[in-house]
Design a protein around this ligand. Structure first.
Ligand code: SAM
Ligand code: DTB
Ligand code: SF4
Length: 334
């Protein structure tokens, strides 16, 4: 690890205690996570780095490119989402992309250096005819030599297995926030529905990508509650996207008071400490974030990003810009 020379204020015993706590950690209480978030910033960052360097290469990040294969017209009421049909955001209900369009975007993503291609659809969940198309897309992207990921909403029994059989490596399904804050953001599906879908994904042997959104007006305690929920999934997700709310005009959350960027960094650190082996993804919101804050997120243990100039419907930094940032920070792509 080479961290001893960097730890003048901690005895070896204190350092071991931190590491033991992680190895033993079966469950995290909300209070324990909140205690992390309440730490002096420098101590929190140091503790996150200790764990990060025990499990990961601190100078490498994984790059995933997103594509929206079915945009807009969604029947759900997620208060942050520009794709919900009920909000007037300027995102229209579009037809599903063709196989050729998706393969061409995936080929370009691979050429740019992405290792994973993530396909999103604005559905409550896929219908059988959607599944037929999705399995075709997953197979074609996988055949390009990319890792595959999909985020299609709730899955019914059997659907995860169909995706697995088609070659799906990861399924993204977020808990979004803490249970007590959830009903203020979404009413058309429940927390338990999300947990059930995650169980379907696990049961089919697909890697779980599950995280949430911060900056939705939640308290620090709710951020702790989200992280505790994620960390207590058994096992915890392989991939944990921490999204910063992208405020889109027309959505109910547009105009929410801005979150202090350091709170976002703290949330990343708490995810890293509580889920040491996970890839923690610095997800939506990077376009609105300074390079300095992004650098702090990497220091706090984020080791993956969405790469490509678009998320699903909103913007993301240009690949050239991200390559420049990676060069400045000495970060390699995994
Ligand atoms: N419709 C599917 C679902 O909700 O499960 C899949 C796509 S949905 C857009 C994927 C995730 O994107 C959401 O769970 C949410 O965490 C994130 N997301 C959506 N809109 C966002 C926004 N404005 N800012 C940050 N994250 C957002
Ligand atoms: C995730 O956690 N964040 C991504 C991905 N999983 C699908 C989506 C972010 C969406 C941001 C708003 C938009 O572009 O529509
Ligand atoms: Fe629909 Fe997903 Fe957006 Fe919710 S987050 S409105 S389910 S596309």
């Amino acid at each position: 690890m080479g961290s001893d020379s960097l730890t003048p204020n901690l005895t070896q015993k204190q350092t071991n205690n931190i590491i033991d706590r992680v190895d033993d950690a079966a469950r995290w209480t909300v209070d324990q996570v909140q205690a992390l978030l309440d730490m002096p910033f420098n101590d929190l960052m140091y503790r996150a780095q200790l764990i990060h360097r025990q499990y990961h290469d601190a100078n490498a990040i994984q790059l995933s490119t997103l594509i929206s294969v079915k945009t807009g017209g969604c029947p759900e009421d997620c208060g942050y989402c520009p794709q919900a049909a009920r909000y007037h955001t300027g995102v229209d209900n579009q037809d599903m992309l063709s196989l050729e369009e998706v393969v061409s975007a995936a080929t370009a993503a691979k050429a740019q250096g992405a290792s994973r291609f993530c396909m999103g659809a604005a559905w409550r969940g896929p219908k059988q005819r959607d599944m037929d198309k999705m399995t075709e897309l997953v197979g074609a992207v996988k055949a390009l030599g990319l890792e595959t990921c999909a985020t299609l909403g709730m899955l019914k029994p059997g659907q995860a297995q169909q995706l697995k059989d088609a070659g799906l490596d990861y399924y993204n399904h977020n808990l979004d926030t803490a249970p007590e804050f959830y009903d203020e953001i979404i009413t058309t599906r429940h927390y338990q529905d999300r947990l059930d879908t995650l169980q379907e994904v696990r049961g089919a042997g697909i890697n779980v990508c599950c995280g949430g959104i911060v900056g939705m007006g939640e308290t620090r305690q709710s951020r702790a509650g989200l992280i505790a929920q994620l960390a207590n999934l058994d096992p915890y997700p392989e991939s944990v996207p921490i999204n910063h709310l992208v405020q889109v005009k027309g959505t109910p959350l547009y105009g929410t008071a801005a979150l202090d960027p350091l709170e976002f960094v703290r949330t990343i650190a708490a995810a890293r400490i509580t889920m040491p082996k996970a890839m923690v993804r610095l997800s939506a919101g990077r376009q609105e974030m300074s390079e300095a804050v992004q650098a702090l997120c990497f220091l706090a243990g984020a080791n993956s990003i969405f790469y490509g100039d678009k998320l699903l419907t909103t913007g993301n930094p240009e690949t050239d810009h991200d390559r420049g940032l990676m060069d400045k920070l000495g970060l390699r792509a995994l």
